[in-house]
Design a protein around this ligand. Structure first.
Ligand SMILES: Cc1cc2nc3c(=O)[nH]c(=O)nc-3n(C[C@H](O)[C@H](O)[C@H](O)COP(=O)(O)OP(=O)(O)OC[C@H]3O[C@@H](n4cnc5c(N)ncnc54)[C@H](O)[C@@H]3O)c2cc1C
Length: 392
């Protein structure tokens, strides 16, 4: 299946962009055509969205420029439907794209639908525009000496709270979390993270569940009211309903269920990667991170290139190796991990951790650039003995 074979990649986030660029390099001289679809021409650095929320301006990266020289065609538009039987994707209301192979890389976004008031009164990091509006609101709140809440104490919530507190020292920032912030880290890294929250004057409401977001406050499940002139919501994720609506097999969260080669179990010509794929390995389920997403994109590009040439493929293997967390611009903590993301012995803090985290955040863009000409690997750990399985 080579000459004229058309591969459509849906979503030009971290994984879709990598898959498209690597595929172009891997399938050169095979006659394969590649089309990449994304709603905007700007590449969104989601890893830096908390910086936008704190008022920083990011460098603008244009997708057509990033694809220059690859031969990948870029379509600016939103996929609104997939017909897996006809093998077509509808873009917007009126454009139809036929495919032989589909790479589904639609990512995920923060879910504001589960708690009353979150959708109406909270901001998210779901787009540069929303994060930018939150930053504008912060400036007003800071001028009035008000309070801000960050709901969700996962790594994104911690990064956002510390970034905001560091750039607006006059603001009272409250981090509200059901679980302990940094709970997945080892004792020492977690202790360091809490000392940083303390140093930045962030009030932590740990073990607290948000019952309702109000226009000027957050109501907790135990009835307490936390003042909040601006609320940033980072708790919970949702995915696009497109796959489920198309009858592609999905799990209870709407992620595409894949086999060992990251192909849909119901439609093998559809490959799912990144946050939109339900990937199970011998040590457990992958959770949505760039760290795991880039290897899924790399693997899928290589797999499709092999299938196009009629070759066999080996199953996907991956293991986690770090939890990098920025604590504002001047501090960070890195917890190194075992393959299943539980803490290992090693951890890093301070200046070297800041440099490490900055390298992690900038490395996808470097990877795309070099992947036009060579096979750059994003895999640090294959997950050890646990992920060894026979070829598929
Ligand atoms: C503030 C923040 C910090 C983070 N920090 C880290 C970190 O330090 N390390 C880490 O590993 N992970 C981190 N993550 C998680 C990481 O950003 C995600 O796991 C990663 O972006 C997933 O990549 P993806 O390609 O699956 O999805 P995305 O990068 O979200 O890309 C999805 C793309 O699909 C497009 N799209 C959506 N719907 C459609 C449609 N219908 N049609 C066409 N295109 C569509 C979107 O516009 C987007 O461009 C962080 C996330 C946030 C929000």
């Amino acid at each position: 299946m080579s000459n004229g074979h058309h591969i459509v990649v849906l979503g030009a986030g971290y994984t879709g962009m990598f898959a498209a660029v690597r595929l172009a390099h891997r399938t050169r001289r095979t006659g394969v055509r590649i089309t990449l679809v994304n709603p905007t021409g700007r590449f969104v650095e989601r890893l830096r969205m908390h910086q936008v929320a704190a008022g920083q301006t990011l460098a603008e990266h244009r997708i057509p420029s990033m694809l220059a020289g690859t031969g990948v065609r870029f379509v600016e538009g939103t996929a609104t439907a997939i017909d897996p039987e006809a093998r077509t994707v509808t873009i917007g209301g009126d454009m139809s794209l036929g495919y032989d192979t589909l790479v589904y890389a639609l990512g995920s976004s923060t879910d504001t639908g589960k708690v009353p008031g979150a959708d109406a009164h909270a901001f998210t990091l779901n787009s540069i525009e929303i994060a930018g509006r939150f930053a504008e609101r912060l400036t007003e709140v800071a001028a009035a000496g008000g309070t801000v809440t960050v709901c969700g104490g996962g790594l994104t919530g911690v990064e956002a709270a510390t970034e905001i507190a560091e750039s607006h020292p006059g603001l009272q920032v409250t981090l509200i979390s059901q679980d302990e912030p940094g709970g997945m880290m080892g004792d020492r890294a977690r202790g360091y993270l809490h000392r940083a929250l303390d140093r930045l004057g962030i009030k932590v409401e740990s073990g607290a569940r948000v019952a309702k977001v109000l226009p000027e406050a957050v109501e907790l499940a135990d009835g307490r009211i936390v003042p909040s002139a601006a609320c940033l919501w980072t708790a919970g994720v949702k995915v696009s309903p497109l796959a489920a609506e198309a009858g592609i097999a999905t799990d209870e969260r709407g992620l595409i269920v894949v086999d060992g080669s990251l192909r849909s179990v119901s439609h093998p010509e559809i490959h799912a990667i990144g946050d939109a794929a339900a990937v199970r390995l011998a040590w457990g389920r992958i959770h949505g991170t760039c760290q795991s997403g880039l290897p899924t994109a790399q693997y899928t590009a290589d797999t499709i290139a092999r299938l196009v040439r009629g070759r066999t493929v080996k199953p996907f293997r991956f293991g986690y190796f770090h939890q990098p967390v920025s604590l504002g611009r001047r501090d960070a903590v890195i917890q190194f991990t075992k393959a299943d993301d539980t803490p290992a012995r090693w951890w890093l803090t301070g200046r070297s951790a800041v440099m490490y985290k900055e390298f992690v955040s900038g490395s996808p863009l470097l990877t795309y650039r070099f992947s036009k000409r060579m096979n750059v690997t994003t895999v640090v750990s294959k997950g050890g003995r646990a992920t060894r399985r026979p070829a598929v």
